[in-house]
Ligand binder design. Structure first.
Ligand code: NAD
Ligand code: LMR
Length: 341
C-alpha cells in the first residue's frame, strides 16, 4: 500500500520505498460488521498474516469479544497480528482497506433484494462514518444486495471509482470451481472458472472461460451436466441459507474477500472477477457489476473486456438491468425517508 504520512507507522517507511516494498506488517484493515462474515474475515486476515484488523460493530461487546478470542488464539496460531474490536469509528482510523459487511443476511425464502432498503441505510451510514477517519482507504463491499450496495458505498465515500469494489465474483467462481471439481472427481487445484454479472439469480457463469488445467470443461462434461452445475452455482448462496436457516454463508465469502484484500495489500496483480464501476465496458455505464479486473495496491487497476457471445452479452445485460432497477428503487425509497445517495 502507499503509506499515508499520518499513518501511525509512517516512521517505518522510507520516502523511497515503493508500495510493493512496504513491510507487510504495517497493513491495517477495518472490517465494519463483526458478524459471521466479518469475524471469519478477521480470522483469515490475521491467521494468514495479511493485515492487522480493527473490527467494528453496532452491538456492544460483539467486536471486542471476537477480537479478544482471536488474539487468544495467537499462542497456538503463532502470528503477531493485532486484532481489536470497537464500537467507535475513530478506532478505525488510518485503515488501508475498509471491508463493509454490516447489514442483515437473508433467511430462507428471502431474496438478497429483500434486504435493499434495510441494508442500503446501513451501508450509507457506515461508509460515511468510516471514510471520515480513513479518507485514503480502498473500500470493499460485501453486504447484500451486493452490486447496489457497492454503488451506495461509492456514492457515500466520495472516492474515485477504482478505489471502491464489491466482492461476489470470487465467491461465485469458487462455487462454480467446486461443483466442477466435485462432478469430475478431480482436484480443485486444476479448475479455473469465471462468473460475471450481478450477485444474484441472474449472475452469468461462463463455461466457455472455465477449464480443467486449460482444457475447456465441455471436453469433460456434456451440456446437461454443465447446465446443472451452472444452476447450482446460481443458487449457491440460497442452498447454504436453506441449510443454515438463520443466515447465509460465511466461510467461503470470508476466504474470497481475504484473497482480494491480499491482492491489494501485497500489490499482487491478480485477475479476479470483481464488482467494478463500468464506464462503457461491455456496453454498460454508471453501474457496479461483476467483471474481470486487475487488482493491485491502487484498487482496480483495469477492467478486462472478454469477448462474449451474443447470448452471454444478453445475459450480462439482463443482469445489469436488474441491478439498475433495484438501484432506482432504492433511490426512491431513500428519498421517501429524506435520504439521498
Ligand atoms: N457479497 C457476498 O458474496 C456475500 C457473502 C456473504 C454474505 N454477504 C452479506 O454480508 C452481510 C453480512 O452477513 P453476515 O453473515 O456476516 O451477517 P451477520 O448478521 O452475521 O453480521 C452482520 C453484522 O452487521 C452488524 N451491523 C448491523 N448494522 C450495523 C451498523 N449500522 N454498524 C455496524 N455494524 C452493523 C450486525 O450487528 C452484525 O454483527 C449480509 O448482508 C450478507 O447477505 C454477502
Ligand atoms: O446468499 C446469501 O444471501 C449470502 C451470500 O450472498 C452468498 O452468496 O452466500
Amino acid at each position: 500500500m502507499t503509506p499515508s504520512s499520518d499513518h501511525p507507522d509512517s516512521h517505518l517507511y522510507g520516502m523511497a520505498l515503493r508500495p510493493s516494498q512496504v513491510p507487510s506488517s504495517t497493513a491495517r484493515v477495518a472490517v465494519i460488521g463483526a458478524g459471521n462474515v466479518g469475524a471469519t474475515l478477521a480470522q483469515r486476515l490475521a491467521e494468514k498474516n495479511i493485515a492487522d484488523v480493527v473490527l467494528l460493530d453496532v452491538v456492544e461487546g460483539r467486536p471486542q469479544g471476537v477480537a479478544l478470542d482471536l488474539m487468544e488464539a495467537r499462542g497456538v496460531e503463532h502470528h503477531d497480528r493485532q486484532i481489536m474490536g470497537t464500537n467507535n469509528f475513530k478506532d478505525t482510523a488510518h485503515a488501508d482497506v475498509v471491508v463493509i459487511t454490516a447489514g442483515l443476511p437473508r433467511r430462507p425464502g428471502m431474496s438478497r433484494d429483500d434486504l435493499l432498503l434495510t441494508n442500503g441505510k446501513i451501508v450509507l451510514d457506515v461508509t460515511r462514518q468510516v471514510i471520515e477517519h480513513s479518507p485514503n482507504a480502498i473500500v470493499l463491499v460485501v453486504t447484500n444486495p451486493l452490486d447496489v450496495m457497492t454503488y451506495v458505498a461509492w456514492k457515500a465515500s466520495g472516492l474515485p471509482t477504482h478505489k471502491v469494489m464489491g466482492m461476489a465474483g470470487v465467491l461465485d467462481s469458487s462455487r462454480f470451481q467446486t461443483f466442477i471439481a466435485m462432478e469430475l472427481g478431480v482436484s480443485i487445484n486444476d479448475i479455473n472458472a469465471m462468473v460475471l454479472g450481478s450477485h444474484g439469480d441472474l449472475m452469468v457463469p461462463l463455461p466457455r472461460y472455465s477449464t480443467v488445467n486449460g482444457i475447456p470443461i465441455d471436453r469433460f462434461l456434456d451440456e446437461t451436466a454443465i447446465a446443472r452445475i451452472v444452476n447450482r452455482t446460481r443458487n449457491g448462496g440460497a442452498e447454504v441459507v436453506e441449510l443454515l436457516k438463520t443466515g447465509g454463508a460465511y466461510y467461503a465469502p470470508a476466504s474470497a474477500v481475504a484473497v482480494m484484500v491480499e491482492s491489494i495489500i501485497f500489490n499482487q496483480p491478480r485477475i479476479l472477477p470483481v464488482a467494478a464501476y463500468l464506464q462503457g465496458q461491455y456496453g454498460l455505464e454508471d453501474i457496479f457489476l461483476g467483471v474481470p479486473c486487475r487488482l493491485g495496491f491502487q484498487g482496480i487497476e483495469s477492467v478486462l473486456e472478454l469477448e462474449l457471445t451474443s447470448q452471454e452479452q444478453a445475459e450480462l445485460q439482463t443482469s445489469a438491468d436488474a441491478v439498475r432497477q433495484n438501484l432506482d428503487r432504492l433511490v426512491v425509497l431513500l428519498a421517501e425517508l429524506g435520504l439521498s445517495l
